[in-house]
Design a protein around this ligand. Sequence first.
Ligand SMILES: O=C(O)CCC(=O)C(=O)O
Ligand SMILES: [Fe+2]
Length: 333
Amino acid sequence: MTPRPVLPLVDVTLLASDRLEDRLAVAAALDQACAQTGFLYIRGAQLDAALFRRLLVRAEAYFSLDQATKMRSYIGGSENHSGYVPVGEEQFGVGTSDLKEAYDVNFDYLPATGRRPLLGPNIWPDMPGFREDVQAYYDHVTGIGRQLFRGFALALGLAENHFDAYLQNPPSQLRLIHYPFDASAEDRPGIGAHTDYECFTLLFATAPGLQIVDKNGDWVDVPLIEDTMIMNIGDMMEILSNGRYVATRHRVKKVPEERYSFALFHACDYDYVVAPAVRGEVPRYAPLKGGEHLFNQTAQTFAYLKRKVARGELVLADAVPLDSFGQRDMARA
Ligand SMILES: O=C(O)CCC(=O)C(=O)O
Ligand SMILES: [Fe+2]
């Protein structure tokens, strides 16, 4: 029997070490794993399991509300693309919508100046405790993200603080996703095949279901490992690394049991221009404006934004097709 493909596992505890050589060792492990698969598990003393548990309780309570109540926080009514995403709102591919609902939380940007399409105040449901626990999780995981950005800087041969200046108000998004189980539902994907748009994603899920495309173009299951998060490379890190790390295509099929997943997509500041950062290499990617890329790709998959584009209320600048990154000639499903 062929052994099940297992993704690399990197312990990131020592990213918080005072000793540079410890941090360099984690960076080297991160580099190897990202160059190899673009998908890996991370574990570390930084991960606070209590925050995961609290988030799950809040998500379960929220998604069990009736539809009309959930729709009071509809994402289409927000200023910064935050709020409730009903089943069918998001579509990857023509004519297919995902069998999932979500609550999207963005960077909660309150100042009146400096707003951008994804940078503004969050909307929150009227549910005591939800905002506090979700924000605590967001702060916790974006904090781990900051350490990882430093790890990536070392891995790419840059100054360790290279990304710090571009992480002032990044529109990093946390998605609470609920995949309902419905045995009688048609066999449609929980989430269609895609790459993530940002630098990297940290994901925590309650059940298996995630699949990735391997180097041969085959879909393989990503099993869950206790006390780890799943991490993957997104479009922007593919560019930054000049293709050394590739944004791996992934999907969730129709789920065999109810499933929750929490994905935190780590971006740099909206106006940060993402370009290959590795010194001494000929750039293989054109630069793009990070926030604009994020918004453009979002506007190609969310129904409320597609309607705005169709009505001419929204004009996208320099949008690239959704499948511009990741393995180019592999199976699409
Ligand atoms: O639910 C999952 O495991 C994956 C979610 C995902 O890929 C996404 O939200 O981009
Ligand atoms: Fe994804």
